[in-house]
Design a protein around this ligand. Sequence first.
Ligand SMILES: NC(=O)C1=CN([C@@H]2O[C@H](COP(=O)(O)OP(=O)(O)OC[C@H]3O[C@@H](n4cnc5c(N)ncnc54)[C@H](O)[C@@H]3O)[C@@H](O)[C@H]2O)C=CC1
Ligand SMILES: N[C@@H](CC=O)C(=O)O
Ligand code: NA
Length: 433
Amino acid sequence: MKPVKVGICGLGTVGSGTFNILKRNADRITGRLGRDVIVTQVGARRDNPACDLAGVDVTRDIFEVARNPDVDVVVELIGGYEVAKELVLMAIENGKHVVTANKALIAVHGNEIFAAAEAKGVSVAYEAAVAGGIPIIKAIREGLSANRIDHLSGIINGTGNFILTEMSQKGRDFADVLKEAQELGYAEADPTFDVEGIDAAHKLTILSSIAFGVPLQFEKAYTEGISKVTPEDVKFAEELGYRIKHLGISKLTEKGVELRVHPTLIHESQLIAKVDGVMNAVAVHGDAVGDTMYYGPGAGSEPTASAVIADLVDLARTFDAGNNARAAHLGFQADSVSDLGVLPVEEIETSYYLRMQVEDETGVMAKITQILSARGVSIEAMVQKEAKAESKATVVLLTHEVKEQLMNDAIAEIEALSDVDGDVTRIRAEHSE
Ligand SMILES: NC(=O)C1=CN([C@@H]2O[C@H](COP(=O)(O)OP(=O)(O)OC[C@H]3O[C@@H](n4cnc5c(N)ncnc54)[C@H](O)[C@@H]3O)[C@@H](O)[C@H]2O)C=CC1
Ligand SMILES: N[C@@H](CC=O)C(=O)O
Ligand code: NA
């Protein structure tokens, strides 16, 4: 059979991994696919010393790859929004399939890109875009296709999990660990995407669409990162038997879809609390299968390249069969996608960890618990410690579930008390993850 001809655009962390694995594991890949996968062109600003490019056609103009008649599949690994979108649309226009690891591109421009691909009869595959090497897109879109999926949650940013793990286990400094994550090739070109939760929100947007059959609605996701998580909160959470993890949570409710990314307390006995370092894990609940969980490296050169190549092999199997032979881009046929909106975060119900500094006097706790109980909030656990400042105490509370709006009101009232100093720190907690 004729070989599959691949053009790789971008030869950075993921591009170099893809190039090298295609070479190193060529026999395994051909053995599985029944035909060779060869790189006919590489589009890169500069050569990458990690790759032996001898004999490879290298161009500095990535758009040349999208036009090259000797390329069947364009692999977009440049990242970013606008140039990547132009490249992918040009590749589609030229009748090429596309593989991308770019979750920002898919979450923001996916609806337009998939429509263009469908009109042209080509496919855009994006397994590497979510949870790196974990085959989570395949698992949800194909492996769970029998199910009504109503709930998914997970650690879907490797950099963030690496930072939280190193802070909690080794007491390391945030900025220092972030620097290491960048050196290891885990972080986005702009690492605020990792630490402010934008990258996780991109991925959650994609997962929620393929799980629930709703359009991509990134702009409506509630997004909070890990940059404000302090070593003090990590320590208090641990005293209560919890870990702080950065979770993406999406649930299907009758009123709308929950789509939220934020630091979350998870009880140490839960599986997801034990997911450390660059590892990711996604829990998915389907009505038929029940609870499932998928674990693996969420970032890094070769783990991500593993997913890129899986897409290449998958696509190559159905090259001549048309899009009906492949899973729909977002898991559901267009006429089965519901227009269910995203619930405002004020409508969600969850538990909370609250930390505040108070005057170390009798009666303060009574005022706080009264404010909470007036809104139906009951307290599950409480820790009180002497604060560094004289005559002050630090109070940490763990509440049962309550609607976010009620908690917002309670926090505003607590902060207005003259015996409470400054802001109340709030971290959401999940008891059932
Ligand atoms: N690094 C990781 O662990 C993961 C990355 N991704 C995604 O994979 C994509 C690539 O990420 P990395 O490889 O980490 O980034 P990177 O920054 O290491 O590589 C990107 C490469 O593309 C090149 N490039 C950018 N614009 C170009 C242009 N106009 N013309 C020619 N070359 C151009 C850059 O020079 C660079 O070498 C991004 O979308 C990222 O979000 C996805 C999963 C994991
Ligand atoms: N920066 C991302 C890379 C993979 O998607 C992460 O850290 O998870
Ligand atoms: Na993946």
